[in-house]
Design a protein around this ligand. Structure first.
Ligand code: 3AM
Length: 178
């Protein structure tokens, strides 16, 4: 069974604007722009029945389309940096969608997600990158300033790569409707 997670796709035009960030950091494995996404709920390796229940619960989510904007650049991992990400302008609509995804996971019998939701788009996974080099990279790049985009659907992705980072396959798509 592949690893599953629900996510929002990043439109191609926005992803292209982010490609200027894909350089200048030793130890970075840059994510391919076609694999950029905003994770809503990580599910992992689950059995077929759980996957089906989650898929069904996702299909019952009723949330209208909304606008999102990427902004800011940061790293996860502190002294042991493990990822570079683009942040998201806070959005109540996004929080509502994320909570609905969490409920769907519970309905499928999965344990609650213990971690706080920190919406982000991972741009690189890091291995052995020095914290001072990460800080210098973040300072040099300054940040991300992309135009808003409309979220009109979310998807269920699968990934066969245990390291993460894609390629991801869209297993199901869920349209948001007014
Ligand atoms: O690509 P992002 O940063 O959104 O870090 C993993 C990746 O996040 C995250 O799920 C996304 C798709 O692989 N992930 C991996 N294992 C996880 C876990 N055990 C996890 N998130 C929560 N719990």
């Amino acid at each position: 069974m592949p690893r599953l997670f629900s996510a929002i796709e990043i439109p191609r035009g926005i992803a292209e604007r982010l490609t200027v960030l894909r350089a200048g950091l030793t130890g970075a494995r840059w994510i391919d722009p076609e694999n950029y996404h905003l994770t809503l709920r990580f599910i992992g390796d689950v059995d077929g029945a759980t996957a089906r229940d989650f898929t069904l619960a996702l299909s019952q989510i009723e949330v209208p389309p909304f606008e999102l904007r990427l902004n800011g650049l940061g790293s996860f991992g502190g002294r042991k940096p493990r990822a570079i990400f683009a942040g998201i302008v806070p959005s109540m609509a996004l929080d509502t969608l994320q909570r609905a995804n969490e409920r769907a996971a519970r309905e499928a019998g999965l344990p609650p997600e213990g971690r706080n939701f920190k919406p982000h788009v991972t741009l690189a996974r890091l291995r052995g990158a020095r914290p001072d080099a990460v800080a210098a990279y973040l300072e040099r790049q300054g940040g991300v300033d992309a135009e808003p985009f409309t979220v009109s659907r979310f998807v269920l992705y699968s990934s066969r790569n245990s390291v993460g980072g894609g390629p991801y396959v869209v297993e199901a798509a869920y349209d948001l409707e007014d």
